[in-house]
Design a protein around this ligand. Structure first.
Ligand code: ZN
Length: 310
């Protein structure tokens, strides 16, 4: 059995024997979805009450220190089983799913959430779990465990960005560096840098250059704020990098009717925005989405300059 199928089998097993997973994967079948058409691409809004803990997670140093780390092996629930990846990562079933098949992939040791030096592992995971999209949320833009390095994975065919990249309506090739092709998305409302290539070394070198450039814009952060999605098909990796400027939009901190509890991370950047509260799902407008993307993502002109400077 290939590794993707082993992971799918693990999900099936856990749903059959672990109450929490059974309940939450079953509720996922009833989540409400609405779609906004942006002309050329669309964004789905998913009303998913199971995600409230993640969307409203406190990720300040004090709160993190006060809780036992839920990704450390010794703290896993007794019902949780795993696959080992490369004796370095655990493949776990995410008991609070967004995707019909949703994995959490922590490293074995308790070490900070950082992408620099770990991007190669992400590529290897994508190549092995080739029925999944692998994603990374930076410690200050979506990770609910910023103190424990982890990736997540969701089944392919779920995020709108997959088709949007395949049909190339909103993106075009802008540069080539060695074996890596770089794409730009001028018609999307949020800035994205996409890399495509079949050579791991070239991809890591290109990613590291982008990382360094982003670091210039955010010299005081522990790492440049980014979300990343990676998939692997026909021997090639497709890597979407979403440079961020803000963890949560102003609407998140409003009170009463003005508040929208939406805490954007990689999945939202890929075109499925999660609203854990029904009132936000009902009232959110296309205008809100445009405004939220504008607040939390790096603007197109800076991304264009960054790509040209590589
Ligand atoms: Zn830990």
């Amino acid at each position: 059995m290939n590794f993707s199928n082993q992971a799918k089998e693990l999900i099936r097993q856990q749903i059959s024997e672990w109450d929490l997973a059974a309940k939450n994967y079953s509720s996922l079948k009833n989540v409400k979805v609405k779609t906004f058409d942006f002309g050329g691409y669309h964004i789905n809004i998913q009303y998913n009450p199971g995600r409230i803990a993640s969307s409203s997670a406190k990720v300040d140093a004090q709160s993190i220190e006060a809780r036992p780390c839920f990704l450390c092996q010794r703290n896993l629930l007794s019902q949780q089983h795993w696959l080992s990846f490369d004796n370095k990562y655990l493949i776990l079933v995410n008991p609070f799913p967004i995707f019909p098949e949703h994995l959490t992939i922590p490293i074995i040791s308790h070490t900070d959430q950082r992408i620099f030096g770990n991007f190669g592992s992400m590529l290897e995971l994508a190549a092995q779990l080739d029925d999944f999209v692998i994603f990374y949320n930076g410690p200050q833009c979506g990770a609910s465990a910023p103190d424990h390095l982890h990736f997540q994975a969701g089944n392919k065919g779920f995020l709108p960005i997959e088709d949007d990249f395949a049909n190339k309506k909103c993106c075009y090739e802008i540069r080539r560096i060695k074996s890596v092709t770089i794409f730009h998305w001028p018609d999307y409302h949020h800035g994205i840098i996409t890399l495509k290539g079949n050579d791991k070394i070239d991809l890591i070198a290109c990613f590291n250059q982008i990382y360094m450039q982003l670091q210039v814009h955010q010299p005081n952060e522990v790492e440049p704020m980014i979300n990343i999605l990676i998939s692997f098909k026909n021997g090639e990796w497709i890597i979407h990098i979403f440079p961020r400027t803000l963890h949560r939009p102003a609407q998140y901190f409003e009170k009463g009717d003005q508040q929208i509890v939406l805490s954007p991370a990689a999945v939202d950047m890929g075109g499925v925005l999660i609203t854990p509260r029904k009132e936000d799902f009902d009232k959110i407008t296309q205008g809100d989405l445009i405004d939220i993307f504008k607040q939390v993502c790096l603007e197109h002109s800076i991304i264009m300059k960054l790509i040209n400077d590589l």
